[in-house]
Design a protein around this ligand. Structure first.
Ligand SMILES: C[S@@+](CC[C@H](N)C(=O)[O-])C[C@H]1O[C@@H](n2cnc3c(N)ncnc32)[C@H](O)[C@@H]1O
Length: 216
């Protein structure tokens, strides 16, 4: 808990005792359900979960433009990054999109336990969600981690993001190559790169790049 509190504070996210307790419960539930639902790698220690999942998710917080706006997390799996973001910014309205029925039942149970409000948890494939007009241009923030290739993500993100919203891509050391691969297509998708934030994860020192895209 000290690692989470101090490291999060290091990038400007100050967690209350109540929020730290929510992470404690989150870890307990992940641990309990992991063997059946494959939510995080079974070899990961508690410290791994706190750094590679909780803290990694929280690295987005300083860059989110609307802490009480609407955010969608595509392919959220065990809830990353959407649930840590919701715990740290309770005013966020969060939609979690996940294709796996088992993972969605975990997420629903977790949100009940954590008493998270204004959460919508959709068991659906992205391709099907995109056919629904209701979700078009709806989200001020689109996030996703390790679920989709960058071109597929951006083409979906541009349909879902509001005109002044932002699409966040969480990448590792290979981010320049991934950016180069989409750079020519960006204008065709009506998008441009707004920002690149780089950082090292606490404890592991793993490199992270947060790519921020917006509509032209
Ligand atoms: C590698 S996991 C990553 C989970 C989480 N975002 C994380 O970083 O730990 C990818 C997740 O995306 C989901 N997923 C992949 N493609 C999807 C799609 N087209 N629509 C909805 N969910 C999808 C999978 O079911 C899986 O749970």
């Amino acid at each position: 808990m000290r690692l989470l509190r101090e490291s999060a504070a290091g990038f400007g996210v100050f967690l209350s005792e109540e929020q730290l307790n929510s992470f404690r419960f989150y870890y307990r539930e992940l641990n309990f359900w992991n063997a059946r639902f494959n939510l995080v790698a079974s070899t990961e220690s508690a410290a791994d979960v706190f750094v590679k999942h909780f803290l990694d998710s929280l690295t987005l917080v300083p860059y989110l433009p609307a802490p009480d706006g609407h955010l969608i997390d595509i392919g959220t799996g065990g809830g990353f990054p959407g649930i840590p973001l919701k715990i740290s910014l309770p005013g966020l309205k969060v939609t979690l999109l996940e294709a796996s029925r088992k993972k969605v039942s975990f997420l629903k149970s977790l949100c009940r336990i954590l008493k998270l409000e204004e959460m919508s948890i959709l068991q659906e494939r992205l391709e099907d969600l995109l056919k629904d007009e209701f979700y078009r241009n709806r989200f001020e923030m689109v996030v996703s981690r390790a679920a989709l290739k960058l071109p597929e993500y951006l083409q979906a993100g541009k349909e879902l993001v509001s005109p002044s919203g932002r699409i966040f891509a969480m990448k590792g050391a290979g981010y320049r190559e991934e950016l180069a691969d989409v750079s020519e297509a960006l204008a065709d998708w009506d998008l441009c790169l707004a920002d690149v934030h780089t950082l090292a994860l606490p404890e592991t020192g793993d490199f992270r790049a947060i790519l921020v895209f917006k509509k032209l």
